[in-house]
Design a protein around this ligand. Sequence first.
Ligand code: CU
Length: 124
Amino acid sequence: MNLVTVAFRPLLAALCAALLAGSALAQHAGHSHAGSSATSSGATSAGVVEMSDGEVRRVDKEAGKLTLRHGEIKNLDMPPMTMVFQVKEPALLEKVKAGDKVKFRAEKVGSGYVVTALEVSAAR
Ligand SMILES: [Cu+2]
């Protein structure tokens, strides 16, 4: 019996050390995970508005309309096409001209689509 205890003592010590190291690692991992998840949730809750890509085909300031050849508009579930948008504010049309590549935000209002935000990503 005595012999067995002596033989197992180093093994137990090693096992104990491994457990301690393991729990220390787990604690560290848990801590860093909590930190990173807090950071990522902070980034997503910043409320980033999703913009769509487009190219200006025509600007009609009198009618307050904008013809865009646009890429996929995810928030409207719309495939790429060329179409006419109303603009929320006439001032948005002052920023662009035909040929400009733009990033824009469109919303469905009633039966039409309205550009609520617009910025030039590459002027012609
Ligand atoms: Cu469209």
